[in-house]
Design a protein around this ligand. Structure first.
Ligand SMILES: C[C@H](CCC[C@H](C)C(=O)SCCNC(=O)CCNC(=O)[C@H](O)C(C)(C)COP(=O)(O)OP(=O)(O)OC[C@H]1O[C@@H](n2cnc3c(N)ncnc32)[C@H](O)[C@@H]1OP(=O)(O)O)[C@H]1CC[C@H]2[C@@H]3[C@H](O)C[C@@H]4C[C@H](O)CC[C@]4(C)[C@H]3C[C@H](O)[C@]12C
Length: 383
């Protein structure tokens, strides 16, 4: 796999860093999740695929020293705490990069390593708000609306951080040097929205929220309820595709207002809604499936995993616990990701094997264990 041989240490965090670690693991990196000791009852990481777990108390000097030693043998460290936490533990980048100048030290935070909010708590919705993006999301006359925690936590956070790590690793092949990746989710979400910023002069966003082309203003970029209580998604932007939408709905475009007549959009939406409400989702699929009308069913997770197109591509996978999840993307032709099919690790499940692998002796491990700096856990104990 593309990242095989890469050694990654991921300090356990909430949602974004676990995705970052999972991406690296899916593409072949050996990812160790450093969990807290004493451990909490359950792991908060639902994205532990392909990782191993080491439970280590970083607040104890011997625990911090152990992490320093692990970092000497690692390529990448991912840390998910607000600015200052790692420094307080004596594990800041100036220490770890001095000991291992090749280390990529990735800091995945909400607000970044500097600025007024650097030390403040926050979550996805706060980062999205500060990026400017949240102000664009939501329907007309409604409050701004954050689409789950996908945009800042995962797209602007976990994925952007993984990209920063890969870029830094590529650079390291030339310079031989590691560096700090300061991945702020505010900036990640903002960067992700570059199109919104840079297309403002095109007149795409001149109208209030929920009245523009792509923000639920247009009748041809909307979801519509079907007679069986499901939904269809319509994205017929270009005139030639819009024409096919109109035809599929049984309408005559000569008798309709022009596609871009903003003032007619609310009326057009009502008309489209009443037509979509007359047939089931399956019936609409059979009308639109083989056209370029850009009309697709809105699928539940279950339906997405069993949809013919997704099945043909193998877009979803099942692990040995029968859990279904998306297959890693994108697909690389020669060295595709090969995700683990095993269950996620229990906290501390691999503590001993990881320490041995990183050069700790059995005696050192026994001492750390008796001093309660590390924890082992047998799978059964966590059930
Ligand atoms: C998915 C749910 C989570 C919701 C996500 C939410 C919407 C987000 O936006 S996540 C993004 C949060 N922001 C960041 O990550 C940015 C950077 N981080 C921060 O800003 C902060 O960390 C913080 C604000 C998020 C939290 O602040 P906090 O004060 O708690 O932490 P820090 O200041 O960073 O300091 C950390 C302290 O901890 C010490 N530490 C760290 N490691 C160690 C160690 N190894 N040993 C010792 N000590 C350690 C460190 O020294 C710091 O100490 P000090 O404070 O003294 O300095 C999920 C939420 C709940 C999940 C569910 C739940 O867990 C139950 C199930 C579990 C199961 O496994 C899976 C399903 C669950 C239902 C699970 C599902 C989901 O994961 C959740 C719902």
């Amino acid at each position: 796999m593309a990242l095989s041989g890469l050694r990654v240490l991921e300090l356990a965090g909430l949602a974004p860093a676990p995705l970052c670690g999972m991406i690296l693991a899916d593409f072949g990196a050996r990812v160790v999740r450093v969990d807290r000791a004493p451990r909490s009852a359950v792991a908060a990481d639902a994205q532990g695929r392909g990782k191993r777990s080491l439970a280590l108390d970083l607040k104890r000097p011997a625990g911090a020293a152990a992490l320093r030693r692990l970092c000497r043998g690692a390529d990448v460290l991912v840390e998910p705490f607000r600015h200052g936490v790692m420094e307080k533990l004596g594990l800041g980048p100036e220490v770890l990069l001095q000991e291992n100048p090749r280390l990529i030290y990735a800091r995945l935070t909400g607000f970044g390593q500097s600025g007024k909010y650097a030390k403040s708590a926050g979550h996805d919705i706060n980062y999205l708000a500060l990026s400017g993006v949240l102000s664009k999301l939501g329907r007309k006359d409604e409050n701004p609306y954050a689409p789950v925690n996908l945009l800042a936590d995962f797209a602007g956070g976990g994925v952007m951080c993984a990209m920063g790590i890969i870029i830094a690793l590529y650079e390291r092949t030339k310079s031989g040097k590691g560096q700090i990746v300061d991945a702020s989710m505010v900036e990640g979400a903002a960067y992700l929205s570059s199109f919104l910023w840079k297309s403002q002069n095109l007149g795409l966003w001149n109208r209030p929220r929920g009245e523009n082309l792509l923000d639920s203003g247009a009748p041809f970029y909307e979801t519509y309820k079907t007679s069986d209580g499901k939904y269809m998604a319509v994205g017929a932007i270009e005139p030639q595709f819009y024409e096919q939408l109109v035809k599929g709905l049984g309408l005559d475009s000569n008798k309709l207002p022009s596609q871009l007549s903003f003032s007619d959009w609310p009326k057009m939406k009502k008309m489209f809604a009443s037509i979509f409400a007359q047939k089931t989702q399956t019936e609409w699929c059979s009308i639109f499936d083989s056209t370029d009308a850009c009309v697709t069913p809105v699928l539940s997770f279950d339906d997405a995993a069993s949809h013919q197109h997704n099945k043909q591509r193998g877009s979803f996978i099942k692990n040995d616990q029968e859990e279904i999840s998306p297959r890693p993307a994108p697909l690389l032709s020669r060295t595709p990701a090969v995700p683990s099919f095993k269950r996620d690790p229990f906290i501390g499940e691999h503590t001993e094997e990881i320490l041995l692998e990183y050069g700790f002796t059995k005696q050192e491990i026994a001492k750390l264990h008796s001093d309660k700096v590390i924890e082992f856990s047998k799978p059964k104990a966590n059930l």
